[in-house]
Ligand binder design. Structure first.
Ligand code: ADP
Ligand code: GN1
Ligand code: MG
Length: 362
């Protein structure tokens, strides 16, 4: 976390009319620092979102912000005629120097967004309707960005969903055993090694490159407080060229199990078929028209693959001594890895049935 003084200074660097009151750490992301900013203007309180980009992970924050500017500008033109346009696409607030972001004296990159009112995110899914809404919103997001004018977006993290390279990174972390933890994770390492053959399946399938979100966690879509509609996709740092099934897969990973990503009671981690069905229906309702037959055929598999990929990344980080994902307790990354691998198993048990459902709906 950055010091409070830096946060306040950053908050005052954006074109916001009103008196800045305070900044509170916000959300549960693993990478960036997010704050909810409180202001008042003539007595009326209002909020905005402020984020510091983690430049240890996003090595080129300027390129990242150029992507975000282009994506938000494009989405703004699409929602412009809707009555609720203010809440239907993220809106950047310009910095006082006229740029789309602010760079502080220490070289940190900050951005601010208008606060989306009367909506919220959830870390765990509570109903099939929510799963449907997530699928629909992320499918619509892909469909909207299919029309993004050239040039190609920057790769904000190269090979982000290159599962074979993620696997190689794990093998290197096992060999190096920097933190001396390999012996504590023997079962998880064995599980990963046994699943190596599936790592390259999506990349080998010759699927079309699209503009994808690449971090379609359930808590990256805002649901309306009253109607429950998925109104706005957020967290645009990894929007870049990618494969549609990886996006769908991360929805399976984060909406079908009732457990939190770091749940320690693995009995709670399970792929709930009704959630999967709702998710597929929601996604098909917005993405069904543009997806190819090959992409659709890989939807159930994609859930298994990305859950394996993210589990692999948590395990790699555990072995490396927790240098990538924020951790809040001893063994946090190992706990996260365990939930992922448990979910992989649960998907394996139900994969045939999942495939039959996708076939019947596609
Ligand atoms: P992280 O990378 O930390 O996950 P997010 O961009 O997902 O960052 O934001 C973290 C949380 O902040 C989100 O889960 C959401 O609840 C809230 N949030 C983000 N952007 C907005 C916004 N424009 N309006 C209201 N809440 C927001
Ligand atoms: C990270 O920043 P956050 O929490 O939305 C990670 C994702 C992982 C996710 C696992 C840039 O996302 O790839 O799927 O944690 N983001 C990055 O919860 O690595
Ligand atoms: Mg997020």
């Amino acid at each position: 976390m950055t010091s409070d003084l830096n946060v306040s200074a950053a908050a005052r660097s954006f074109e916001i009319d009103g008196e800045f009151i305070e900044a509170q750490p916000y959300g549960s992301g693993h990478i960036n620092d997010t704050y909810r900013l409180f202001f008042k203007n003539g007595g009326a309180p209002f909020c905005n979102i402020l984020q510091r980009i983690n430049h240890n992970i996003f090595k080129n924050p300027e390129a990242l912000m150029q992507n975000v500017e282009r994506v938000t500008a494009h989405l703004a033109t699409i929602v412009a005629d809707e009555p609720d346009w203010r809440r239907r696409a993220l809106r950047l607030i310009p910095a006082r120097d006229g740029r789309g972001w602010h760079v502080d004296a220490a070289g940190n990159h900050w951005r601010a967004y208008r606060f989306i009112e009367r909506a919220r995110t959830y870390d765990a899914v509570e109903s099939t309707e929510q799963a449907f809404q997530a699928g629909r919103a992320f499918g619509r997001f892909q469909q909207q960005l299919a029309g993004l004018p050239a040039p190609r977006l920057h790769d904000t993290i190269p090979d982000f969903h290159h599962t074979p390279k993620r696997f190689t990174a794990l093998e290197q972390a096992i060999a190096a055993d920097t933190a001396g933890r390999a012996a504590l994770a023997k079962a998880e390492i064995d599980f990963a090694l046994a699943h190596k053959p599936m790592a390259s399946v999506l990349l080998d399938a010759k699927l079309p490159e699209r503009v994808t979100h690449n971090d379609t966690k359930f808590n990256n879509v805002m649901l309306d407080d009253v109607t429950g509609e998925g109104i706005c996709v957020i967290d645009l740092d990894t929007v870049m060229p990618g494969l549609a099934p990886y996006d769908f897969g991360d929805m399976v990973r984060t909406t079908t199990s009732p457990a939190m990503e770091d749940e320690r009671d693995l009995r709670k981690v399970t792929m709930q078929f009704p959630m999967f069905e709702a998710l597929v229906r929601g996604y098909m309702s917005s993405a069904g028209e543009f997806l190819t037959r090959e992409e659709k055929a890989l939807l159930a598999f994609s859930g298994k693959l990305i859950t394996f990929e993210i589990g692999t990344r948590f395990l790699t980080d555990y072995l490396a001594g927790d240098t990538y994902f924020k951790v809040h307790r001893e063994g946090h990354n190992l706990d996260r890895c365990r939930t992922q691998f448990k979910l992989v198993e649960s998907i394996e048990e139900q994969e045939e049935r999942m495939n039959r459902l996708v076939e019947s709906l596609a």
